[in-house]
Ligand binder design. Sequence first.
Ligand code: ADP
Ligand code: GLC
Length: 503
Amino acid sequence: MSASRHETGPAVDPERSLRVLLVASECAPYAKCGGLGDVVASLPEALRGLGVDARIMLPLYSSISKKAYGLTEEAPCLVQCGGGEQNGCGVWGGTTAGGVPVWFIEHNRYFARSGIYDHFGAEYGDNAFRFGLLCMAAAQVCRDRQWIPDVVHVHDWPTAIFPALLDAWRVAGEPLGRAGSVLTIHNQSYQGYYHPSVLGYLGLGPEYFTQDRLEAWGKINLLKGGIVMADAVTTVSPTYAKEVLGEPGGNGLSDYLQARGRDFEGILNGADYGEWNPEKDPWIPANYREGDLDGKRLCKMELQAQMGLNADAEAPLFGIVTRLTAQKGTGLMREVLPRMLNEKSMQLVALGSGEHADEDFFRWLAQAYPGRVGVTIGYSNELAHRIQAGADFFLMPSLFEPCGLAQMYSLRYATLPVVNATGGLDDTIEAYDAKTGAGTGFKFYEPDGEAFFAALALAVDTWEARPHHIAGMRGRAMRVRFDWADSARRYVEVYRRVALKRA
Ligand code: ADP
Ligand code: GLC
């Protein structure tokens, strides 16, 4: 493309809606482990609200019920892999509750499994092949339907190989090679190190197995490949964007991100207030709104009853809903929660699953503090809503947090977050000021036990001694909005830039 093309005006026809294909391993409610699933569901809905033809491509995991979601079978596709291998895939079509078209790729060998990435903690060894095939099939579905996206938007390591595939198709003169690519990093600590044989499987030659592309320590690093090869790279909050540009936040990839210059930026996620709204939430025992928290008091009583806690309206009730993994500050929780329970008249409910040692700790905590700690090990969207509504405070002492959605939801439910000031937690929570009563939550600034303890103790003290401050913070918290339309507008700017570059 000549430079003058830029000067004479946009090559993307503003009359034709931009076509964006989101390719991902998760999308709520079909398949979700954490916030990635929420984002992949909400962003395209907001994009369509702005006139973008956004669509989603997902694997058809066996946990996704075709019947429950009303999926319809479409013409299958034949994926031509490297070395002459052909893979026939079923294609199923559906529409999200928010009106976004979704294509599901059916491939029994790779996707007819109960887990998304692992089987009860044991990672599937062929993940690079599974998600690589998803990318290849996504491309084939587009070709077959002659729906060529302007931009392919991929998410985290599972689909980060897509920009390299686009590059190869561009070199081969394929129409799909005209698509631009955007990689969003939701978590830089998962990078996807795999045996290089996956490159051959995907038809990528040895020119992609170089240090300035996918190679890393004799293996391939999928996230690194995406960072280097995507037309633009984003992450999910401005502060995390700064953190990953250095070490240790960059997990060894900071140099590659720095090299992207202005092609890398942080765009804060939005929150889905259709799903997370105490005024309308169908999962909670009573609805409530700002200025009238009677329903919240009822939600607390019901939560105490459900989780086996003493009925006590006065005790400050702390809630946890999380993947149980080191990122989420489980080490800090182990260190500090028993001391808090010994010294303060607090109650705690926790919902989570993950590392076995963390699960064991929470089971132990419930046994050690009967009537004051209630724990459910597992995954339950309904209970997540009930905890957001019934708790007084929400704990997120994450060691790092690219964005964090759960604290955004807790603000909306007047459940004041206690957070480590890192990444998106720092961007979204305003620290309490004991003099003025300002703020929307309690923050600590060093990921150590003393600082976490002090923040928790301040929350309890404020609850007991300054209830008017709590009431003020709750009102303020409930009014905060992280609007997806604002974030989607920022993505559209990125897409337009990328599409122009490729036009
Ligand atoms: P992350 O994506 O790192 O897990 P986020 O705060 O961005 O963190 O998103 C977490 C999402 O996953 C929220 O929607 C939260 O309610 C949900 N979640 C996490 N653990 C559970 C669980 N055990 N049961 C139900 N929902 C969960
Ligand atoms: C990741 C991050 C989390 C973020 C979510 C959605 O799972 O850990 O902080 O909110 O992705 O972007």
